[in-house]
Write a protein that binds this ligand. Sequence first.
Ligand SMILES: Nc1ncnc2c1ncn2[C@@H]1O[C@H](COP(=O)(O)OP(=O)(O)O)[C@@H](O)[C@H]1O
Ligand SMILES: [Mg+2]
Length: 258
Amino acid sequence: MNCFGFDIFEFDIETGLIRSGYIIISIKLKGAMEMNILSVNNVTKYYGKEPVLVKALNGITMEVEAGSFTAVVGTSGSGKSTLLHILGGLDTPTSGSVIVDGQELGGMEKNELAIFRRRKIGFIFQNYNLIPNLTVYDNIVLPVELDGRKVDSEYLTIIVQTLGLADKLNRKPVKLSGGQQQRVAIARALAAKPAIILADEPTGNLDSHTSQEVISLLKSTGRTFHQTIVMITHNDEIAQSADRAIRIEDGRIVESRW
Ligand SMILES: Nc1ncnc2c1ncn2[C@@H]1O[C@H](COP(=O)(O)OP(=O)(O)O)[C@@H](O)[C@H]1O
Ligand SMILES: [Mg+2]
């Protein structure tokens, strides 16, 4: 708690008296900072070397409020996936810093970062990243079990039913369509009830009806568990319905709309 104070003099119209006093103003600085669960400071990411240097991110600075839903839009190759991977500590920036829930990712040991990521962040990857020799069920509960936690079966049932996966739990991912695999990836991200969900076009392979259902599910679990969602999308309707939309072009934020 940080405090500062100053003298006040107050003229009381009714009594004609001048009163003086001392006001102490307390600012919960820590509380204010915790409002932003993600803080990105001047992040760049370069791939390769001259003459084939690719500047994927060119100085991204942004804050994401806890519990909010941010949509990230932009043309292909603009740097959206790179940004998402860096936000979640899957990739390291060339320069700049990323602070997640008060912890700077760059200052963490590899193992520490892996545990932090598993507990805090749920990724929904563009290419699903499912493990082929595990069943759908085992894929979904893997992050929770790796963390030595117990699966919340009641909650899992809701997720699995909403995502239409209830009768596919014993199948291997290869037996599923692209859209179904995408839904498994979403279920896996949600199962661990992470504080932050980073999703790379999670509805890219779903029809518009299923997309809407998935977005509704993400929003309602987001509200229930006070989750922060950062989602890359090409769907204007989804971007419109977010609390905030960020447009990235050539590795820069060119527009930010609340
Ligand atoms: N591992 C990598 N090695 C080299 N270049 C990469 C790599 N990953 C991404 N890029 C390049 O960085 C730029 C941004 O890519 P990406 O973040 O995937 O864009 P988006 O997700 O917006 O389509 C592109 O030019 C892409 O080719
Ligand atoms: Mg991408």
